[in-house]
Ligand binder design. Structure first.
Ligand SMILES: Cc1cc2nc3c(=O)[nH]c(=O)nc-3n(C[C@H](O)[C@H](O)[C@H](O)COP(=O)(O)O)c2cc1C
Length: 331
């Protein structure tokens, strides 16, 4: 068995060069262009978009086209994740995503949410390998870009059919990498990931395998990388309010950011959200982001809670600045 390369070593997905082995996971409702750009700025080798409906693209849904498919010129390489279970719709959607600037197309075959599964998409595709292969093959043909698939180990505890589906996707549809989340769809995002199953998969296919699941700190990401024998790691919840995890994993820093640095990062997020969505929608959208950054600054929950009522972004900025300075003085 050859030695596993360091996470800082470049690799390729279907001929697309990736500068290191630390990736941002697809995150629904979160992984827009500026969150991906932020991850890249902090050192991620590749950032994958939040999942985008192939049907919404097919019907030309305006927000999908202008917001979800928006790619910043500085974030390349970019992977756009699509979901859907109709090969013809996927073929067209992959072409549109490629036209929008995607360097890679990722397909979601792991989403455990009922609303998605009942359409046959997400993790449901694991139960229909023939259709999964047809969807992936259509994306490969339609997009003309390397196609990756993110999937789970199976649908229920103990089910490992995700491994067999992954092998077929590579051999029969020409999928260029597999992101594997070794938890069943039934447990959603809870439970201990089975990294040995990822290791098994790496022995069955000759394309990169990316491990996802339970990578909530730099330390746990290193452990998952080692135990799984994967080619790369994918950071999901571990990046919430903490893009510095990419710096830690790529050897750019060892010490945690101070409250003032975290405040400056949150101010950048506020500015980007306002640019992307306009002030009114951004003030709602940011309610998800505030608690992550404020918790990382050590702000008590009761003080962070008032951010949920803020409508005025100017006031939000003022409070973030004050908290940054005050927490730094107290540190
Ligand atoms: C809020 C949230 C949104 C997610 N959205 C997506 C998604 O759009 N597509 C996808 O393939 N996985 C999605 N996932 C799964 C993550 O990419 C990742 O596989 C999962 O969180 C396990 O990694 P972790 O335990 O390190 O967080 C999502 C997870 C969370 C928590």
């Amino acid at each position: 068995m050859s030695a596993q390369p360091p996470l800082t070593e470049p690799f390729e997905i279907g001929g697309v060069p990736i500068s290191n082995r630390v990736l941002l996971a697809p995150l629904a409702g979160i992984g827009n262009w500026f969150v991906r750009l932020q991850a890249r700025r902090h050192g991620a080798g590749l950032a994958v978009s939040e999942m985008v409906s192939s049907h919404a693209i097919h019907y030309g849904n305006e927000r999908t086209m202008t917001e979800l498919l928006r790619i910043h010129p500085d974030e390349h390489p970019t992977s756009i994740q699509l979901f859907g279970a109709d090969p013809e719709v996927m073929r067209g959607a992959a072409a549109v995503a490629a036209e929008a600037g995607a360097d890679l197309i990722d397909l979601n075959m792991g989403c455990p949410v009922k609303k998605v599964r009942k359409t046959g998409a997400g993790a449901e595709l694991i139960s229909d390998p023939d259709l999964a292969v047809a969807v992936a093959a259509a994306a490969v043909e339609g997009g003309g870009r390397p196609v990756t698939v993110k999937l789970r180990s199976g649908l229920r505890a103990g089910d490992r059919s995700g491994v067999d589906v992954a092998v077929r996707l590579v051999r029969e549809a020409g999928v260029a990498a597999i992101a594997f989340h070794p938890r069943s769809a039934a447990v959603q995002h809870k439970g201990t990931p089975d990294y040995q199953l990822v290791r098994e998969l790496t022995g069955l296919i000759d394309v990169p395998v990316i491990v996802s699941g339970g990578l909530d700190s730099a330390e746990s990401a290193r452990t998952a990388y080692r135990e799984s024998g994967a080619d790369a790691v994918m950071i999901a919840r571990g990046s919430f309010g903490y893009p510095w995890i990419f710096e830690e994993l790529t050897g750019r820093r060892t010490e945690a950011p101070d409250p003032e640095e975290i405040a400056a990062e949150l101010l950048w997020v506020i500015d980007a959200a306002e640019e992307h969505l306009g002030a009114a929608r951004a003030s709602h959208y940011l309610r998800k982001f505030y608690p992550w950054y404020l918790a990382r600054m050590g702000v008590p929950h009761r003080d962070a809670a008032c951010f949920q009522q803020l409508e005025d972004l100017g006031e939000a900025r003022e409070r973030v600045r004050e908290l940054g300075t005050a927490r730094l003085a107290a540190a």
